[in-house]
Design a protein around this ligand. Structure first.
Ligand code: 6R9
Length: 664
């Protein structure tokens, strides 16, 4: 089935000014056809991107749940993002407008504008260097621990060019988190920087990497990019300065993009799950790029005249998909900002919109809540009327946050949605689709599953849930962009995502579909928490706590927070001989920060003598959470354990009396 991008529906019920106003019925019909024939549907989209060799089979489903999209096809992600454009009039179009965080005389001190040709040249030079200096080739894994500077996408694209796999670790993670990921991914080399600017401070990334490498087996070399120019210790024979490495490489050197198989791994990105260590999600090339192509058009309605800005960090999936591969594949001009959106003042983000005339804006609920707190006077200082379309991502958007941005930037008339997806899905799955059609918006909803995605809300037995009833979010069909596997752990992949409901992808979120068919994702159904949009597993924080010798056992739960959405609180049982104290609390908080990173700040540590457990010795997490929030665990359907209602009640009473909870 070919896709008609100009599709529009005749009946206009959307507010004035929205593109392609449609009816929900018309969209549902179109969507239904797309999922009934999803193979052909996605093949139609895939044929819009450039292949060196066309696929033999749209979907190889001979070994579920390990699907191969566009099997037999060959392409290269770096070719799609660069070579394609430099052959056209986009050659001298600006690809990335990069703004560094530091300011001087009221202006950003460092701004770099890279055209598609600049980016093409830099990526070729870096690929040449990686290939000749470090013999990087297809199948190798390159670790990247860089701040938000242009070298980050450049190294990702260079790796992709060589057919190598890259593994980016968010620059807010600690040494332990880096070594754990680099060891699991078996990275050969790691790319870092002398430092990063964030919130007016410099963070010494290189020494964090040095610490990590004490526990890392496979890394042979470190490349250090200069950013802050503070002095760093270089280990002879192991560490090289990036600028030195690049000195002799001519500007016009060319490295042929490797013809990689559609199903070969483009990257591994670690993400937190319910139990165990972070899971390395492996994303392919063909399916992934196809999904990004479709969503850049449907969701962001991207056009050549747009200035696109996604505020995420490239260290998370949103940046991989919607700063690096999506917008560059579409030949967009995009803003990339290094630092905090509220540094040095609350208006920084709005000043960026004004300075570059941002027209498509991708932000997050946590950021918006921060701006609300700062006050609307800051956004009013700037002309943000160039923005014609906005989306949010990372966590459910509360209606107040939605309304605030809709009013102050959206002029109460432009499309504004909340895109639901996850590291695992590779790209956006549920969204408003202003590039395709627009139905009326509702404050806080995610909208509709995108074409070709059979998302559903189901009950415990996997049957579709009734309208307005809470259930589990699932995706019923394989889709391009889904992970190939969990790196080196296929059993876990099958178990985590495809065992709760056989053959159906279990996302781990609670959701509701309302009577108009709109999806509302409510939050995680498992032990994953989103702190300021950053995904953390409570298990990781518990493991970190166990590193402290005073801790016998702990349970970490997420509690609601006005600014960050959720924050972690730890319940801790001390080993005999240790006494609870304010000082010990602070020590434990520090232990977690050190082990996981600054994003893992415990809001509180509560010392208890016992944790409520089921007969099979599982911690009754819902009870712990209920106590932390100060509300009885009323809803028994959320109890994934075998405890009876009475047991839960008793456990709640006991624990809350111990912590002195007045809400008992
Ligand atoms: C892209 C990303 C995934 C989890 C996901 C869900 C939450 C993301 C959301 C949302 C409600 C939205 N989430 N976007 N919940 N509305 N628009 O965030 O990936 O870091 O892997 O997190 O984030 O709970 O399951 P990731």
């Amino acid at each position: 089935m070919a896709v008609d991008w100009s599709i529009s529906f005749d009946e206009k019920i959307a507010p004035e000014g929205l593109p392609n106003a449609a009816t929900i019925e018309a969209y549902s019909k179109f969507h239904k056809a797309s999922i009934q024939n999803y193979r052909e549907f996605w093949a139609g989209i895939a044929s819009e991107i450039d292949w060196f060799r066309k696929w033999d089979k749209v979907l190889d489903d001979s070994n579920p749940p390990f699907y191969k999209w566009f099997a037999g096809g060959e392409l290269n992600a770096s070719y799609l993002c660069l070579d394609r454009h430099v052959k056209t009039s986009r050659k001298n179009k600006v690809a990335i407008i990069w703004e560094g965080e530091p300011m001087e005389d009221g202006k950003p001190k460092d701004v770099r504008k890279l055209t598609y040709n600049d980016l093409y040249r830099e990526v070729n030079r870096v690929a040449y260097m990686l290939k000749n200096k470090y013999q990087i080739k297809s199948g190798d894994v390159i670790g990247i621990y860089l701040p938000m500077i242009p070298e980050l996408p450049i190294f990702m694209l260079a790796a992709a060019r060589l057919g190598a796999t890259f593994c980016v670790v968010f620059s807010g993670f600690s040494a332990d988190a880096i070594s754990e990921r680099m060891n699991d991914a078996e990275a050969k080399i790691v790319i870092t920087a002398d430092g990063a600017f964030r919130g007016g401070k410099t963070i010494d990334l290189k020494s964090i990497v040095d610490q990590a490498l004490e526990k890392t087996k496979t890394i042979r070399n470190v490349v250090v990019v200069s950013r802050t120019h503070n002095s760093v210790k270089m280990v002879k024979g192991r560490d090289d300065n990036f600028e030195d490495l690049m000195k002799g490489i001519p500007a016009n050197v060319q490295v042929e993009p490797e013809r990689v198989k559609s199903e070969s791994p483009l990257y591994v990105l670690y993400t937190s799950g319910t139990t165990g260590k972070p899971k390395g999600q492996v994303h392919d090339v063909g399916g992934y790029m196809t999904l990004l192509h479709a969503t850049m058009k449907w969701v962001f309605d991207i056009h050549d005249h747009d200035v696109y800005w996604c505020m995420a960090d490239i260290g998370w999936v949103t940046g991989h998909s919607y700063i690096v591969f999506g917008p560059l594949m579409e030949g967009a001009t995009e803003v990339m900002y290094e630092g905090l959106p509220v540094f040095p003042e609350q208006n920084r983000w709005a000043s960026i919109i004004e300075r570059y005339g941002v027209s498509v804006f991708y932000t997050s609920p946590t950021a918006i809540r921060g701006w609300i707190k700062g006050g609307e006077q800051w956004v009013k200082m700037h002309d943000t009327t160039t923005v014609r379309l906005m989306h949010s991502v990372g966590e459910p958007i509360n209606p107040e946050a939605f309304r605030w941005l809709f009013r102050h930037v959206g002029r109460e008339m432009i499309p504004f949605g909340s895109t639901w997806w996850m590291t695992e899905t590779g790209g956006i799955m549920i969204s408003h689709l202003p590039g395709l059609m627009m139905v009326p918006m509702k404050a806080g909803t995610n909208g509709f599953p995108i074409p070709g995605i059979d998302a559903d809300v189901v009950d415990d037995s996997g049957n579709s849930q009734k309208a307005n009833e809470r259930g589990y979010l699932v995706i019923r069909n394989p889709w391009p962009g889904m992970p190939l596997t969990i790196f080196k752990d296929p059993n876990r992949f099958a178990e985590v995502y495809f065992s709760k409901f056989p053959k159906i992808f279990y996302a781990g979120d609670y959701a509701v579909r309302d009577s108009d068919g709109y999806f509302w994702v409510l939050g995680r159904a498992d032990e994953v928490i989103k702190v300021a949009g950053h995904r953390l597993g409570t298990y990781e924080l518990e493991s970190a706590l166990m590193q402290h010798k005073a801790v016998a056992e702990s349970a970490v739960v997420g509690v609601p927070d006005d600014l960050k959405g959720e924050v972690p609180v730890a319940f801790v049982i001390l080993r005999q001989g240790n006494v609870a104290s304010e000082a010990l609390k602070n020590e434990l908080k520090e232990t977690v920060r050190k082990s996981v990173g600054p994003i893992a700040s415990l809001k509180d540590v509560i010392f208890v003598s016992k944790l409520p457990k089921t007969r099979s010795a599982k911690i009754m997490r819902r009870v712990v959470k209920a106590v932390a929030i100060g509300k009885p665990p009323g809803d028994t359907t959320t109890l994934d354990d075998e405890a009876s209602v009475d047991e839960v009640k008793n456990a709640y009473a006991q624990l809350s009396s111990e912590v002195g909870n007045p809400a008992q």
